[in-house]
Design a protein around this ligand. Sequence first.
Ligand SMILES: Cc1cc2nc3c(=O)[nH]c(=O)nc-3n(C[C@H](O)[C@H](O)[C@H](O)COP(=O)(O)OP(=O)(O)OC[C@H]3O[C@@H](n4cnc5c(N)ncnc54)[C@H](O)[C@@H]3O)c2cc1C
Length: 438
Amino acid sequence: MKISTLPNNDKTNAWNTILPTRQPHEALAGDVNADWLVIGAGYAGLAAARRLAANRPDEKIAIVDAGVCGENASGRNSGFAIDLPHTVSSNLDQLDGAHRYMRLARAAIAELEEQVSTHGIACDWSRDGKYHAAVTEQGSQSMLTPFANELDKLGESYEWVEADQLAARLGTSHFHRAVYTPGCILMNPAALVRGLADNLPENVTLYENSPVTSVEYANGVSVETPAGSVRAPNMILAANGFSDQFGFAERKFVHLALTASLTRPLTEEEQRDFAVEKPWGLTPANGFGGITMRYTNDRRILIRQDIKVAMGRKFSADKTARLGQQHKRLFDARFPMLPNVTMENSWVGLICMSQNSAPMFGKVASNIWMAACQNGIGVTKGTMSGLLAADMACDVHNRLVEDMQSLGTPNTIPPRALVEIGARAKLSWEVWKNRQEA
Ligand SMILES: Cc1cc2nc3c(=O)[nH]c(=O)nc-3n(C[C@H](O)[C@H](O)[C@H](O)COP(=O)(O)OP(=O)(O)OC[C@H]3O[C@@H](n4cnc5c(N)ncnc54)[C@H](O)[C@@H]3O)c2cc1C
């Protein structure tokens, strides 16, 4: 079976370009036999490989990635490891679901935290919490108040932060009100994923710049890359939105492109004008209309805005540049005291979602497991899906598997042409409906 659509690294990810140069692991060359094959070295694939190695210390694990770690979606995101669901309803089933979700997210944070501290991964990992903010009074009432009520029911701590206090903490008076929750981690995602890739156990071999171009399922699994092949009896497929070409997830994913921009660091003088003491992260009360923002440890500001349907998994450089200009305008409107701050870079990252927000997780054939489709929350869900797929594959009992399975399985979606029309119309409607929250 041919794998025809491959990721494209345009080397625009500012989180990665601001880091010291890294030497990627060697590309696959020649024919390799392994006990396990993992495809994809994002949070999901790396967690799967780590856990397989721990479960089967005497077995050989090969992990292949089309590109380099740090340039994938795992390196291109906004760097929030989020411990709470964005919304919960108050009925008992939904509350139970929220508890399961939090168990998974917090186990992922604990796992990543352990990796960061064991290997000294310098990724600015810090428990800064996050502000969930509304721009308007109406947005506060319709989205933040129900969110706070749900946190009460879940017994989670939070703080209401009013406009004046918010302006002092964030350095912008754009927001009406926010709910601050303390458990979210903020970091440089490219530094984190690079650090995870460079500290894999000894029985794992990572091959970067090794796109799988074909796969066969006779007598185990064998895959080909431009300069080599891997044969293994078992496989964990963790190639995010590219996983639907491997025969087990056709018409399950809606592919989306998300864009972000990161400024250069503020000068000392600009920091004085900005007058904000601590780094912060902010998610919008409405994820379609609003903007995700961060003030980072190294005094840069991130703007993450705009979601586009990208069923072809491609995005042009022109479009990215236009969105970068849009991010600059949004930045100028929110931070007029910083008129000369330029963007380091703007980039696009590809994610996938299922129609019912369920992950593509678990056993899909007698020797194949999947850990894909994290529905936009891949730092925690990706980590857990990889790790739990490895436990399932090795018959290791882990009660979190049940929590993951309770998130459901993806619905089949209509043919691509209809999805493109339907999903674009839905996105446009959501953005328009929530335009006051921009
Ligand atoms: C701009 C942006 C902001 C985001 N913000 C956040 C956030 O703040 N918090 C959060 O939790 N999530 C966020 N996300 C989502 C998150 O980044 C993803 O859900 C997560 O990275 C998915 O991890 P993964 O390991 O499943 O996939 P990926 O990181 O995409 O890894 C999959 C890997 O598979 C490889 N691959 C694909 N095809 C092949 C092939 N044929 N052969 C070999 N390898 C292949 C790719 O090269 C890639 O490295 C954001 C995403 C974007 C784009």
